[in-house]
Design a protein around this ligand. Sequence first.
Ligand code: SF4
Length: 345
Amino acid sequence: MTLSLLGQHHPLASPTKQLKVLGRTAAYPPFETQLDRIGLLPLCATGITVFQINVGKLCNQTCRHCHVDAGPDRTERMSRETAEQCIQALAKTDIPTVDITGGAPELNPNFRWLVEQSRALGRHVMDRCNLSVLLLPSQADLAEFLALHRVEIVASLPYYRASQTDAQRGEGVFEKSVEALQRLNALGYGLPDSGLTLNLVCNPVGAFLPPKQEAITAQFRKELRVRHGIEFNHLYTITNMPINRFLEFLLESGNYEQYMERLANAFNPTAAAGVMCRYTISVGWEGTLYDCDFNQMLDLPVGYGAPTHIRDFDPGQLHHRRITMRNHCYGCTAGSGSSCGGAVA
Ligand code: SF4
């Protein structure tokens, strides 16, 4: 079993250590200075339309670029008590979308309960799915469960060929992903007029920025359809965040400075004005509130006087809170920005 950074006792398992690395800004200005230059500081939320719940770090895969440092050796998981606090907080609001992520969120025993409760409140639910989880014997009925509850699936697939996908996600993962996608298609996911949405998310396999979304979507559609008979609704491209295992990869491969410069040089004011933290609240497995899943991984809770735990959830105070930002935020503002509206396991 490949171990997480934490399992290896790697120094970068510490968010403090990661923030220290990210704080070195020899070749580019601090992110907030850049925001100040374009008149966006302080950056505040514009409301909350996405209630993201990260139910923990357990995953059946150990992907090389994982921004969560998830894996089979991680044991952190959201308890029923915290899951109940999430639903109580959600019920106080009219936030339309619940976005459940991990790790592999489906492996948390409270995942299905969260889906059912969110749907009972009339909310749209998204599942950030790694696809291979659908093939686990313990999850034999998962695809049917997701279809029954009309859950939107946001599935990670770095590339439409096995070699690139397996290099990032592990040997044999592409083949499993194809089988899972075919299983979802058989239930109607990704097919016109089924009402079952299947979106894919791809991210670069190396230390470069994602390609233009339109061009890569056409390629994915053609290759997956012709070679495997797979259909999907949309493809989103995301930039790899320079945190956790991708940060380790950048440092190990000597690409760190160059990658950060690349992100900073591609800074796009329009993308900065639309970053997902402006409309998302992210709940960690232990109930702490964050501006986004990336800040969660760096141990940076909501700041500037906003309540920091789900038990104290106060929409009035959180809707227009000031966002906590550091240099990893360059990953959200490069080029056309990361367009999937959230992090994928
Ligand atoms: S990393 Fe998080 S806080 Fe920073 S810009 Fe992206 S979404 Fe916002």
